[in-house]
Design a protein around this ligand. Structure first.
Ligand SMILES: [Zn+2]
Length: 406
């Protein structure tokens, strides 16, 4: 057992309480081992039995739960930096797609990549994320879009679970877009997902969740319903990319199918908010994607004030969000989504853990939770987000083990 002493500001981010309730303690200590947290609170209240323990000096800095990025498309091949410039110069999505760019180019490169290549690259990304304080990552497939390459991607995530320290949760996103070769045969592609991919994923236990991109350019509400129905029968809980570019009824569908989360939601309406709230669906905001695509960001204030919990993620992918910088997305959640730093901190930890079904195990600094935490060189969350720097994370601990030190 170990203890972190001299914590200037401990943000416990408890599972209970409102979005802004991070239950801060000034002059705090944390007692933990590799299994769990034994104490998180004021220095004066540390139980006598823990007082003589070997201690790690936090230097008066802030300690927060390990960050939980609950929406990434981690395994892909190639980048699309050439398109970045074209988009700045005003080329349309269609023009870029015609020139062989867009998601089709990532699809092609990811299909060509070997399992080992995807594994090495994804592991490299995770190693960088650890330095930013991230300790749990949700990873989606969706750049294979055929049986073989979707399974290849999900097997990469299964292998990552075994060989690196972060907690990985995986999601099958066979319904990202209809792949070009099925463009005129949509129903056949959906049949492939429902009859072949999802059953195989469930059989090999390759995913925890089943995601569908519900959008005019991707899948209709009715198509999504069929996919979720089969996924649910196989034990894969629904997650959605919903209402990003238009109000397509994604939020209402998320409530109807009992989704654990609905992500994006830039165009959610009041009825959608109420439906998600009633069904207990977590809203996930992805401000990096809004920033990179120069699209309207989600007004998360409206959701929070309606009583709907909001989680945060990077949406790391080579097209709309080519950055895995989670603290950057946190700062953008403040400035673009109108969330306070305390609300954002809870969105990045315990509520994000809820969006991937891990909130009983991690995401807050409470007795019995996994000892996932980091030491941040800032006085408090307000100062951290306001005086934003490249990286303020000094040390990252996963399951009580130091995995990064600046
Ligand atoms: Zn996404």
């Amino acid at each position: 057992m170990k203890r972190v002493s001299n914590i200037g500001y401990l943000a416990r981010c408890p599972a209970n309480g409102a979005q802004e309730d991070i239950a801060p303690v000034l002059d705090a200590e944390l007692v933990f081992d590799e299994r769990e947290i034994h104490f998180a609170g004021s220095r004066g209240e540390v139980p006598t039995a823990f007082r003589g323990l070997e201690s790690i000096d936090a230097g008066g800095k802030m300690v927060i739960p390990g960050l939980v990025d609950c929406h990434t498309h981690l395994a892909f091949a190639g980048w699309r930096a050439d398109e970045f410039k074209l988009k700045i110069l005003g080329r349309s999505y269609l023009e870029i797609a015609k020139a062989g760019g867009g998601i089709a180019s990532t699809l092609k490169k990811t299909r060509e990549a070997t399992f080992e290549e995807l594994l090495a690259r994804s592991e490299g990304f995770l190693a960088e994320m650890i330095k930013l304080g991230v300790t749990t990552v949700e990873c989606k497939s969706g750049y294979g879009l055929n049986l073989e390459d979707e399974l290849k991607t999900l097997r990469v995530y299964a292998e990552l679970k075994k060989r690196q320290p972060l907690t990985i949760v995986s999601t099958v996103l066979g319904a990202h877009i209809v792949p070009p070769e099925y463009k005129e045969r949509r129903a056949e592609y959906i049949k492939l997902l429902v009859d072949d991919l999802l059953p195989q994923v469930a059989k090999e236990r390759l995913a925890d969740f089943c995601d569908v991109f519900v959008e005019e350019s991707a899948f209709s509400v009715e198509e999504a319903r069929q996919i979720f129905k089969r996924g649910t029968e196989l034990g894969l809980r629904p997650k959605l990319h919903a209402d990003q570019l238009s109000n397509g009824g994604g939020a209402a569908l998320a409530a109807e199918v009992g989704a654990i989360s609905a992500d994006h939601l830039e165009f959610i309406d009041d009825a959608g908010i109420e439906a998600m709230k009633a069904a207990g669906v977590i809203a996930v905001t992805l401000p990096l994607a809004s920033l990179f695509t120069w699209q309207k960001p989600l007004n998360a204030r409206r959701l929070i004030e309606s009583g709907l919990p909001v989680a945060l993620a990077t949406d790391f992918n080579p097209g709309s969000s080519p950055s895995f910088h989670y603290p950057l997305s946190m700062m953008l959640a403040c400035t673009l989504n109108r969330m306070t730093p305390a609300e954002v901190l809870k969105a990045s930890t315990i509520i994000s853990a809820r969006a991937i079904g891990l909130d009983s195990k991690l995401g807050s600094l409470e007795k019995g939770k996994a000892a996932d935490f980091c030491i941040i060189d800032a006085k408090d969350p307000d100062t951290w987000m306001y005086n934003f720097r490249g990286n303020a994370c000094e040390r990252t601990f996963k399951n009580g083990v130091l995995i990064y030190e600046a």
